[in-house]
Write a protein of this length. Sequence first.
Length: 112
Amino acid sequence: MKQYIKLRTSPGWDNLIAEYSEKIEALGAINYQVNEKYGYLDFYSIQYAPDADAVEIQRLIEEVNLISETICQGCGKPGHEVEHNSWIRTYCDDCFANWREGQAILTKSSQY
Ligand SMILES: [Zn+2]
């Protein structure tokens, strides 16, 4: 039974979330939150079962932090860290272009 709270994450990371949720739950993570930070995926606020392997769970989370920095959060293809208007994301070139376009529209419409 899944007990995690998924916050604002992007579709490109859904597979990573599913894979690592399963791994850390198998090791005894009961409740936790999933969110995107500055261009990477993080699992935190973890509640452990009494027999949980907390060290291994932390290792897996560090692993997924690093892997997420190489996967486009928009589409799941290989990506890299990008920055625009002081936001940091991990995107492939196509998704980065779309995102910048979206940001530009957002900036324009917010002037009215
Ligand atoms: Zn992409």
